[in-house]
Design a protein around this ligand. Structure first.
Ligand code: G6P
Length: 369
């Protein structure tokens, strides 16, 4: 009903705008001492499991799998534990090597996805320690895992996941910091640099949501398009996959996400004036390299929508459209950059007349194989 949508025309838009509050609930009580320490009971109550972990295996499906890809990078970076990410549906039938000193992290918004549930049962049989990152409290995966962290973003109704994704990535960021803190692989200064900005995420998201009218306007230009390319590097490569997934799920436009530097090994052949490219290009270590990717797209007549850090003067001179996001530590950029990607998919789908809350052929929770 209209009331449940809180005045928004669709659940998806409501859930995108809610992220200022949902991230607040997600981090509440977990980033403490002014951002200098992380408190996650799932980690603090089982320190030996993490200190002695040989590997971390992340299992998930769909959008949750994309969050897992970002999480793996965060964990390797901050906690220095070798981490792999698997589609739960592949993992369960792969005769996987699972060791008793592995930590298996299952990420699931619903906590009911059949393949993810099967994957954690396998992990438990092998004696691994199983950690859940779920939204639905008391769900099957939440109950069957040894411990975990709820993302606490509230019920997600729109089939295309938005606030659950940013909640998952936020929990994974805190988890990576918490393990790093425990193992001593990061300094308290490093924790504080990210931790202080985590506390500012609700405000930073509010600032990013101000892009909405600009994104709505530019979306009108792209409704006729049949293919989209999304590029990103580092933490934002999985975000490119997620941006592409969001668009195809709800607008039925084919979209492909790629690591920016891999473009030259294939997708560059497709670029022409009919195929726009979304480039996630915050001001980070790989900024210069992503700029050269933008030049390659432009040189082939492609149009570029670039997500850049506020104050960037180089990319605005070459991109067709620029969406400015606030400056944050690199590790937090995927959370902020996800917002314009969600809004872009939403507005393009709306302009095409699609049912964004209930896209065809898709289900919110996939409890069968
Ligand atoms: C379905 C939903 C996706 C979701 C995926 C995994 O495909 O439409 O939005 O990412 O399932 O769901 P889960 O509840 O395990 O995160």
């Amino acid at each position: 009903s209209q009331l449940e949508k809180g005045g928004y025309p669709h659940f998806m838009l409501k859930e995108i705008f809610e992220q200022t509050d949902t991230i607040f609930d997600c981090i509440r009580g977990r980033v403490v001492a002014n951002g200098t320490a992380i408190k996650l009971s799932g980690v603090n109550d089982h320190p030996d499991r993490f200190i002695n972990a040989g590997r971390i295996l992340i299992v998930a499906c769909g959008t949750s799998w994309h969050a897992g890809l970002i999480g793996a990078r965060l964990i390797e970076n901050f906690a220095r534990i070798p981490t792999r990410v698997e589609y739960a549906s592949e993992f369960r039938y792969a005769n996987p090597v699972i060791r008793p000193d592995d930590v298996v992290i299952a990420i699931s918004q619903s906590g009911e996805t059949a393949d993810t549930l099967a994957a954690i049962r396998l992990a438990k049989e092998a004696g691994a320690f199983v950690y859940g990152i779920c939204n639905a409290v008391g769900s099957s995966i939440a109950r069957e895992t040894d411990t975990g962290t709820y993302i606490h973003v509230g019920p997600e109704i729109g089939v295309a996941s938005t606030k659950a994704f940013t909640g998952q990535v936020t929990v994974l960021t805190m988890l990576a910091l918490a393990i790093g803190q425990l193992k001593g692989t990061i300094s308290s200064e490093q924790i504080a640099e990210v931790g202080r900005s985590i506390l500012r995420l609700p405000d930073l998201i509010a600032e990013t949501l101000e892009l909405n009218p600009q994104i709505e306007k530019l979306s009108a230009i792209y409704t006729y398009v049949h293919n989209f390319l999304y590029l990103g590097r580092g933490y934002n490569y999985p975000n490119a996959l997620e941006g592409a997934l969001k668009l195809k799920e709800i607008s039925y436009i084919h979209a492909e996400g790629y690591p920016a530097a891999e473009m030259k090994h294939g997708p560059i052949a497709l670029i022409d004036k009919e195929m726009p490219t979304v480039v996630i290009a915050p001001d980070d270590e790989l900024h210069e390299k992503v700029i050269s990717n933008i030049q390659q797209v432009k040189a082939r007549g492609g149009s570029v929508i670039a997500i850049v850090t506020k104050g960037d003067t180089t990319i605005p001179a070459m991109a067709d459209h620029v969406l400015e996001i606030p400056r944050v530590p690199e590790a937090l950029s995927p959370i902020i950059a996800a917002i314009p990607l969600q809004l872009l998919a939403y507005h393009i789908a709306i302009m095409k007349g699609c049912n964004v809350d209930m896209p065809r052929n898709l289900a919110k929770s996939v409890t069968v194989e």
